[in-house]
Design a protein around this ligand. Structure first.
Ligand code: ADP
Length: 457
């Protein structure tokens, strides 16, 4: 018999009953008395065992109740709540059960909420224990370090092979102070993070938790801004210096130089025009990027937009000895701002003429449409674009041949304007080119039914 209440009760009953039975056995002469005392003793032990069994059953019922207290799927059994101490315990358990249920529900909801918050956070979250083993991390952190699968329980250094992050968390664990630092993680393709690490107080042993905020896009944007300002300054410095130089030459006696003074003034004028072009292109680009003009797009006939652009480029083309040929433009409708789109096509046509050869051709053709997308092709027989430059020509101020572009009055902003204007109306622009043979720019635009303008991006 295991060490149970039953065994103890039986043992106690035997210990209690044995001395009187023995005494009666020794001192009572009558066999009846002896036998009666033995029977009484056995009955006593049996009663003790039965009593212990009933206690055991009630205690087992209480144990079962407690065991299932946190399992809300199982219906609660009714307990025997008689008027003794065990009954009191049963009543007490009944009283606390709903409170435990509520606490359990609150903790479960809180956990689910925390999980959802951590999972939806764009910041990486990482928790470590005092040995700097990972105890928790969210999906954003795994994404940033290139998902190592199961990382919990692994040493931090094994997962993020970066001594800096390790040092930050070690400092926090050792000193219990908050640390904020910017670092680049080699395991996250060199992305830059602002790390904010705090000690995990109230946990035993101590640990630390770090929030990693990916600032790579902000940094990239700042760099683009810096580059842009540097580019703009560089672009306007040359014409400004030229204007200033020739103005000084005129003032220093050039005005009396009847042979050259007209040439000097023409140079000043040409550079003034160049500055004006840069300013106008920058303004257009800025308007496109900030989404202005805010007027609603209209539904416009493609033929009008293309014809307008072709007409505008014709004088320059005839000066260059370039023929602009256009196939019949079908009756198709597009959605957008007429002036913006006309300007985009004009920029493409202007380039096709500018970077052409004397006697060359520019062809405009249109395909697709009706329900599907419309393709507008502008092909030229010009100088072409080297394959290495193709991917970059839509960048602001990017020019294959700076000198030639300047010579023909280019600002390096024309194709950026095209890209923005076309993408704003949910279109796309692509280029194919063969060096020395010519280029083809293809603009794809969604076709539009009359009276159905697509909102701009
Ligand atoms: P730009 O004001 O110099 O024309 P763009 O942004 O319009 O600036 O074009 C960028 C560069 O792309 C040009 O300087 C030129 O080198 C190249 N490019 C654009 N269109 C053509 C073309 N049709 N043929 C050859 N090169 C072109």
């Amino acid at each position: 018999m295991r060490d149970s209440i039953s065994r103890k009760a039986v043992l106690l009953a035997v210990l209690v009953a044995a001395p009187p039975v023995l005494a009666l056995y020794i001192y009572a002469g009558s066999a009846v008395v002896r036998l009666s005392s033995l029977v009484a003793a056995i009955a006593f032990v049996l009663a003790a065992w039965l009593f212990a069994q009933s206690l055991i059953r009630r205690i087992q019922a209480l144990t079962g109740f407690v065991d299932r207290l946190l399992d809300q799927r199982v219906p609660r059994a009714r307990l025997n709540a008689s008027d003794d101490e065990l009954g009191e315990l049963a009543r007490s358990l009944f009283r606390v059960a709903p409170q435990i249920d509520e606490l359990f529900n609150r903790v479960t909801t809180e956990l689910a909420r925390r999980e959802a918050i951590l999972a939806s956070m764009t910041e990486g979250v990482l928790a470590v224990d005092a040995r700097l083993y990972v105890t928790f991390c969210n999906q954003a952190f795994l994404g940033a370090i290139g998902d190592h699968g199961a990382v919990e329980g692994q040493p931090l250094l094994k997962i993020v092979r970066d001594p800096n992050l390790f040092q930050i968390l070690k400092r926090v664990v050792d000193s219990s102070e908050t640390v904020t630092q910017r670092l680049q993680l080699p395991t996250a393709q060199g992305r830059t993070f602002d790390v904010h690490a705090v000690p995990l107080t109230g946990t035993n042993p101590r640990g630390a938790i770090a929030i990693l905020h990916d600032i790579t896009p902000t940094e990239r944007l700042e760099r683009t801004k810096r580059d842009f300002i540097a580019n703009v300054s560089h672009e306007i410095r040359t014409p400004l210096a030229t204007i200033r130089g020739y103005a000084e030459t005129l003032l220093d006696g050039g005005l009396e130089d009847s042979q050259n003074r007209r040439k000097f003034v023409e140079i000043i004028q040409a550079n003034g025009v160049r500055l004006n072009n840069i300013a106008a292109d920058l303004l257009t680009l800025s308007e496109l990027e900030t989404g202005r003009p805010e007027a609603q797009p209209g539904v416009i006939p493609l033929s009008e937009v293309l014809t307008g652009a072709i007409r505008a480029v014709e004088p320059a083309a005839s000066l260059m000895g370039v023929r602009v040929l256009s196939e019949t433009i079908p009756d198709l409708w597009i959605s957008g701002h007429r002036l913006r789109l006309e300007q985009a096509f004009l920029n493409l046509l202007d380039n096709a003429v500018k970077f052409n050869k004397s006697g060359g051709e520019v062809r405009v053709s249109v395909s697709g449409g009706a329900e599907g997308p419309i393709q507008i092709r502008i092909s030229d027989t010009g100088i072409g674009i080297p394959p290495a430059d193709l991917a970059r020509i839509f960048e602001r101020f990017y020019r294959v041949d700076k000198a030639r572009s300047r010579q023909v009055g280019g600002t390096g902003l024309g194709l950026s304007i095209v890209k923005h204007a076309i993408e704003q109306v949910h279109g796309a622009v692509a280029v194919e080119s063969q060096l020395g043979r010519g280029s083809t720019f293809t603009v794809t635009l969604p076709s539009c039914k009359v009276g159905m303008a697509t909102p701009l991006a």
